[in-house]
Structures are given as C-alpha cells and as structure tokens.
Design a protein around this ligand. Structure first.
Ligand SMILES: *[C@@H]1O[C@H](CO)[C@@H](O)[C@H](O)[C@H]1NC(C)=O
Ligand SMILES: *[C@@H]1O[C@H](CO)[C@@H](O)[C@H](O)[C@H]1NC(C)=O
Ligand SMILES: *[C@@H]1O[C@H](CO)[C@@H](O)[C@H](O)[C@H]1NC(C)=O
Ligand SMILES: *[C@@H]1O[C@H](CO)[C@@H](O)[C@H](O)[C@H]1NC(C)=O
Ligand SMILES: *[C@@H]1O[C@H](CO)[C@@H](O)[C@H](O)[C@H]1NC(C)=O
Ligand SMILES: *[C@@H]1O[C@H](CO)[C@@H](O)[C@H](O)[C@H]1NC(C)=O
Ligand SMILES: *[C@@H]1O[C@H](CO)[C@@H](O)[C@H](O)[C@H]1NC(C)=O
Ligand SMILES: *[C@@H]1O[C@H](CO)[C@@H](O)[C@H](O)[C@H]1NC(C)=O
Ligand SMILES: *[C@@H]1O[C@H](CO)[C@@H](O)[C@H](O)[C@H]1NC(C)=O
Ligand SMILES: *[C@@H]1O[C@H](CO)[C@@H](O)[C@H](O)[C@H]1NC(C)=O
Length: 498
C-alpha cells in the first residue's frame, strides 16, 4: 500500500516537473506574453517520445512553415518564415531580421520561432507546421504584447513630471493594475497617482531611476507584466552639504551630475554658482570644460569672508536644478592672545564658521617641523591621536609642546577638513631644542670670518709689494671673490715659471 502510494507520488511529481519545463505541450495551443522591444520565443517542440522514434527520419524532406494569423480584429494570414526540404529559407519582409529559427535545434526537435525586437503589431496567433518523412507536427501559439510607454521619451531631469502608461494586446480591460519600483508596490498617494492604466509621477527624484514594473490582472486570473527603465538626471550621490576648509587653503565645492546629459543628446547645459554672504550676493559662472557633468567650484586661499552659502544651479534643457553647499572655514583660536608662557594653562579651539552640530573633531601633534603641508604620515602615526573634541587643553604648557598641531574635522556627510596651528612657547628656547645645529652654524660663521679677514690681510700685503698702480681695484676684487682670488694668485705665481 505504502509502496503504491510512493509510486504515484513519484509519477505525479515527474509529470508536474515536465509540465513546468514545457509550458506549451506539443500539439496544444498555448499563450505567450512578451514586452514590446524585447524578445518573444514561440515554442514548438517534438515530444521526447516522438523525437526518439522519428530521430532517424527527421531530415527526410524536413519542411517548416511559421504563419501569422494576426489578432482577432483582422484575420489576415501571412507567412513569417519557411524552410523548404532543400534547406532554402524564406522570410516575410515585415519580420525579416527579427524572426529567426535556430537550425541546429532541428535535430533536437526544436522548431521554436524567436522574434526580436518585438513590435505591437506582432501580436496574434502563430501556427507552425513541420513535415518530415510522413509525419506532421502542428504548433499553435498565441502571442500577446505588453508595454509601458512614457509620455515623453529620453531621460528625465530631476523634478520633472512623467506619465507611464501600461498597455497590452489582451482583448479585455484589466481588473487590477499595480506598479512596482525597486521591488516595492507603489501606493497611489503623494506624488504618485494611478489612473486607469496610467501612473502619474508629479515630481521625479533621482532615486526614481531604474525599472518600473506594471502588473495587469485580468478577470480569468491571468497576470501580465511590462517594464520601463526610467533614467533621471540629477545631482550625484552622496549629496555633500558642507565643505570644510582651513583659512588660507584652497576649497573645492563639488557640484556633480549623476550622468552626462550630452550622452543623451542634450546639448543645452549651463551651470551658475551664486554666493550669498553678509555682503551683496555674488555670481560666479563656471565652464563645463567638455564634460557636462562636473561643475566643481574652485576657491583659492579662502578667508572668513568666503565662508557661507553657495548655490550651484544647473539648467538642463530649460529645467533648473539647484543644490546648496555651505563652506565652513576652519581656524584655531588659542585661549590667550600674544605670548604663551611655559607652564601656563592653554586651550586651543578648533573654530568653524558654520556647525551642523554633528561634526567629529580630532587633534594630532604633527611634530616640530612638518616638512610638507600634507599629512606627514610618520609623524601623525608616531604621536597619534591626542584628543577628541573641538578644544585641546594644556593644563601646563611644556617646552616639548612646541610644534605643529592639527585639528581635523569629519562632517556628517563624509566630508572632512583640517587646520594646522604652530605653537611657539616663550621660555622654550629653540637653541635648547636644536643645540647641535645652532652651534654648528655659529662655529661655521666665526671660522668663515676669520678666514676671510686673514685672506684679505694676506692679499693686501702681497699686492702692495708687487703692484702699486691699482691698489683700490685689487682690494675690491679680493673682497668680491675671496676664494677665487687665492687660486688666481697661485696660478699667477706659477705663470712666469713656465
Ligand atoms: C529551442 O531553440 C531556441 C532558440 O531558437 C532556444 O532559445 C530554446 O531554449 C530551445 N528550446 C529547448 C527546449 O532547447
Ligand atoms: C492599448 O492598446 C490598444 C490596442 O493594443 C489600443 O486600442 C489602446 O488605445 C491602447 N491604450 C492606451 C492607453 O494606449
Ligand atoms: C478611466 O476610466 C474611466 C472608466 O472606468 C473613464 O471614464 C475615464 O475616462 C478613464 N480615464 C482616462 C484618463 O482614460
Ligand atoms: C579644461 O581642461 C583642460 C584639460 O582637459 C585644461 O587644460 C583646462 O585648464 C581646463 N579648463 C578649465 C577652465 O578648467
Ligand atoms: C571634478 O573636477 C574636479 C576638478 O575640477 C576634480 O578634482 C574631481 O575629481 C572631479 N570629479 C569627478 C567625479 O570627476
Ligand atoms: C534657470 O537658469 C537660467 C540660467 O542659469 C536662468 O536664466 C533662468 O531664469 C532659470 N529659470 C528658472 C525657471 O529659474
Ligand atoms: C537653498 O537655500 C535657499 C536659501 O536658504 C533656499 O531658498 C533653497 O530652497 C535651498 N535650495 C535647496 C535645493 O535646498
Ligand atoms: C570663532 O570665530 C568667530 C569669528 O569667526 C569668533 O567670533 C568666535 O568668538 C570664535 N569662537 C571661539 C570659541 O573662539
Ligand atoms: C615633501 O616635500 C619635498 C620637497 O619639499 C618632496 O620632495 C617630498 O616628496 C614631499 N613629501 C611628501 C610626502 O609629500
Ligand atoms: C612632552 O613630554 C611629556 C612628559 O615629559 C609627555 O607626557 C608629553 O606627551 C610630551 N609632549 C609631546 C608633544 O610629545
């Protein structure tokens, strides 16, 4: 009993899997839905059993005809594709290059017809008749075409509205229509409005880019899907709202599009930066420089006057999109003005001209003489992070605190900046810090002076004894070129001997 049950379960599941793999059983009418512009595959196969029995005779006078019957409204028949027993292929003009059969598939009993790219008028009934030896295989396929059509083609500029209409060649009107974007069902509210078969998006966002899927459900329970790939041009992510720059350094305010409009044939692209401070608003025009995507604004040696709100406005085909960026200028303010005494209490405050309140501050000691203005890797790693928070506190300033301190800030949207402060301490003599170098310089200077004086005295004496004609000239020459003069003297002395 149990065995019998198992047997039937296996047979049933096998049949189920076969049915799933071959949606259109050979010899039976079936229905296929495909999207306009996409690919349709009209199946026509020999069953496995028939293929096994007639495998040898398959090429005996094999003839294939695919005929299109049009849709119910106009029953006009026309030949799509024909393969004669001689192997000659004939094709209709309307589907030439779009309708194909895969010849190597014939030996496997596969006579499927492929149409790509699909047009709306391709919908209707297709009948295939395959003849070989004395056998005939007949396939009938109902092809339906579905589509999502936008009210205006091409990419959308962020904020522009759009209407998407979902349609199919199904003779009935759908009972239900649903829209999906990024796998989520779109509810008809806010900026979305679903009217009959049309979805109205009153204001587009950059995040609306991607596939929009419509699902049509008919009275008989049949579901049809169609997709539209929407492209929205807007500002690139991540959206930077604050840029931090140290006073005196260069700043770059990013203004970048997620795509180049010229790639879509849009040539009218213009950008304008405007700047509003406490004083009158200023307007800066930027050149796009070939790429109509990057409109980054460069500001050299920014000061506190440059801090404030900037607006990047890009006009694309009559639609303007704007973005605000704040330039926060960083400075370091010490708690005491003027000379900082050894042993005194000191606070260094990292001061921003604009705060979001979500900044993270870090203080680092960069060493005595950071050679380059860029991060000296070795120094920052060896001294490490010293403090977090905008204020760095020295309860008692020590001589070894002399040097460069750096405050770096990390903003909420990933932007960062840094400012350096050089701390000089009265009472901490530089000579103490670098005694060797200072000593060397002093000794060198004294030695040089002693040598100079002795050379001068020596040459003056010599000249006076040899030539008395131009003593002043000799003196001038000697003082201008002390080393050279000595050498020349030697050569002069050698000269007469040769
Ligand atoms: C039949 O051929 C088509 C190509 O024309 C192919 O896409 C399809 O997968 C084939 N079917 C089977 C069952 O091999
Ligand atoms: C949908 O398609 C049918 C025929 O395929 C057409 O008659 C109808 O006007 C279309 N509707 C829309 C809204 O495009
Ligand atoms: C939507 O369908 C209703 C009937 O259900 C019809 O009266 C109305 O005109 C249709 N609207 C559009 C925009 O096609
Ligand atoms: C534009 O780019 C070229 C190099 O591609 C560069 O030499 C030139 O300075 C740039 N002009 C502006 C205004 O950025
Ligand atoms: C945009 O241009 C600036 C210089 O003008 C450059 O530093 C930046 O890397 C560019 N950004 C991109 C994404 O090309
Ligand atoms: C769009 O920007 C251009 C210049 O950038 C300006 O002339 C035009 O008035 C702006 N249009 C709107 C609607 O703001
Ligand atoms: C930019 O700032 C101005 C003034 O603060 C404001 O009116 C405008 O709405 C802002 N624009 C954006 C895109 O945030
Ligand atoms: C920060 O700088 C501003 C001027 O830009 C000044 O008014 C303010 O007092 C400074 N704040 C601190 C804590 O030093
Ligand atoms: C520092 O500057 C010197 C020249 O002054 C240069 O040779 C060196 O490569 C720079 N080092 C770094 C890390 O930028
Ligand atoms: C200076 O020396 C003291 C101890 O003598 C030490 O704690 C401190 O970290 C030193 N400062 C720097 C910047 O190296």
């Amino acid at each position: 009993m149990t065995l019998l049950f198992f047997f039937w379960t296996i047979v049933l599941s096998l049949q189920l899997t076969i049915a799933q793999n071959v949606p259109c059983a050979p010899g039976e009418a079936c229905r296929v839905w495909a999207e306009e512009g996409g690919r349709a595959l009209l199946p026509c196969h020999l069953s496995r059993r028939r293929l096994k029995s007639s495998f040898r005779q398959l090429y005996k006078g094999l003839a294939l005809r695919w005929v299109h019957h049009g849709d119910s409204s106009h029953r006009k028949r026309h030949l799509v594709l024909m393969v004669e027993p001689s192997g000659v292929k004939k094709m209709a003009r309307s589907t030439m290059h779009r309708a194909t059969v895969w010849d190597p598939g014939f030996i496997r009993g596969n006579f499927s017809l492929r149409i790509e790219p699909l047009r709306k008028e391709d919908s209707g009934t297709y009948v295939a008749v395959v003849k070989f030896a004395k056998e005939v295989l007949r396939c009938q396929v109902e092809l339906g075409v579905a589509s999502v059509t936008p009210d205006s083609p091409g990419p959308l500029i962020e904020s522009e509205p759009i209407q998407l209409t979902c349609n199919s060649t199904h003779p009935e009107t759908p009972q239900e229509i649903r829209w999906f974007h990024a796998g989520l069902l779109i509810a008809s509210s806010g900026r979305f409005c679903s009217l009959n078969q049309t979805l109205v998006i009153s204001r587009s966002f950059r995040s609306d880019s991607g596939p929009w899927v419509c699902q049509l459900t008919f009275a008989d329970g049949e579901k049809i899907y169609a997709t539209y790939n929407l492209k929205v041009i807007g500002f690139a992510e991540p959206a930077v709202s604050v840029v931090y720059a140290a006073a005196g350094s260069d700043a770059h305010l990013p203004c970048l599009l997620n795509d180049n409009p010229t790639d879509y044939g849009i040539s009218r692209v213009a950008a304008r930066w405007s700047y509003a401070t406490r004083r009158e608003p200023k307007s800066i025009t930027t050149l796009s420089n070939g790429s109509n995507r990057n409109f980054t604004l460069h500001l050299s040696a920014v000061g506190l006057d440059d801090a404030g709100w900037y607006t990047c406005e890009i006009a694309i085909q009559g639609t303007n999109i704007t973005k605000n960026i704040t330039l926060a200028v960083m400075t370091v303010t010490p708690s005491t003005d003027g000379i900082i005494m050894e042993g005194s209490r000191l606070q260094l405050t990292c001061n921003l001209s604009y705060h979001t309140g979500k900044e993270l501050f870090m203080w680092k000691y960069l060493g005595l003489n950071p050679t380059n203005m860029s991060w000296p890797e070795a120094a920052s790693t060896s001294f490490g992070l010293l403090s977090q928070g905008s204020t760095l506190e020295f309860p008692q300033v020590l001589p070894n605190d002399t040097g460069t301190w750096e405050c770096s800030v990390h903003g909420p949207d990933g932007m960062s900046g840094s400012v350096q402060y050089h701390l000089e301490i009265a009472g901490a003599r530089i000579a103490l810090v670098q005694p060797r170098a200072a000593e060397k310089i002093t000794v060198g200077l004294i030695a040089f002076l002693v040598i100079l004086v002795s050379i001068l005295a020596f040459t003056c004496l010599k000249r006076r004894t040899r030539s008395r004609n131009f003593p002043a000239l000799d003196l001038m020459l000697a003082s201008a070129l002390p080393g050279k003069e000595v050498k020349d003297e030697g050569q002069e002395e050698k000269g007469p001997q040769i």
